[in-house]
Write a protein that binds this ligand. Sequence first.
Ligand SMILES: Cc1cc2nc3c(=O)[nH]c(=O)nc-3n(C[C@H](O)[C@H](O)[C@H](O)COP(=O)(O)O)c2cc1C
Length: 208
Amino acid sequence: MFYECARNDHGLPHNPLKQCVVPRPIGWVSTVDGRGRVNLAPFSFFNLVSESPPLVIYCPVGAHSEGGEKDSLRAVRDVGEFVVNVATWGLREALNVSSAPAGRDVDEFELAGLTKEPSQLVRPPRVKESPLHLECRLVQVISMPGSFGGVANCMVLGEVLGVHIRDDLLQDGLLKIDRLEPIARLGYQEYAVVRETFTMPRPTRVAV
Ligand SMILES: Cc1cc2nc3c(=O)[nH]c(=O)nc-3n(C[C@H](O)[C@H](O)[C@H](O)COP(=O)(O)O)c2cc1C
C-alpha cells in the first residue's frame, strides 16, 4: 500500500505512521519548574542525536490537559535542566501511571509511587528505582511545524552533563543490555522489551 501523509488516505482505522518507526526508545523525563513543582513524564519522540558533545532530544507535542504547554516543556523553559531516566521492564507500570493527564500541581513521582533521588549537576531529581540516568542542561527549545490545542509542537535539545549507571549493569567494560531490560514504544498501546541482543562487527575498509 501507499498513502500520502497530507491526505491521510491510508484507509486504516489508525494512522500506521507511529508503527512504522519502531522501536522508539522512551525518555522518562523529570523536571522541576521555577516554583519547585516536580514533574515526570515519558516521551517516545526521544533520542540521543549526537555523541560529542552528547545531545538528546525529547518532543512535547500537543497541549497540557489544563491547556497551555505540557509541564515537561514549561519547566525546562523555567529552569533549563532535565533528567532522562531509563524506562525498564520492571518500571513499566509506574511509567504508564506517570503519563496520566494530571493537574499541574500533581507530582508524578508520588502518583506512581517512585522515590526522588537528588541529581549531582542539575536541580530535577532522578527516579531512584531506574538504574540509569542522564543529567541534562537545556541547549535550545525548537518550535516544530504543527500545533495541537493552540500549542506549538516543540523539540527540546539538551546536552548530557553526567551519566549514572548502576554498577551491576556493567560487565567487561560494557553495559549488559539484557540486564537493563529497556522498554520501547511500538505505537499505540504496544511496547517491546529488549532482552535479546546480537553482535555484528563493522566491515573493514572496502578497496575500490
Ligand atoms: C510511552 C509513552 C510515550 C509518550 N511519548 C510522548 C511524546 O513523545 N511526546 C508527547 O508530547 N507526549 C508523549 N506521551 C504522553 C505524555 O507522557 C503525557 O502527555 C504527559 O502527561 C506529559 O505531560 P506533562 O509534561 O504535562 O506531564 C507519551 C506517553 C507514553 C505512555
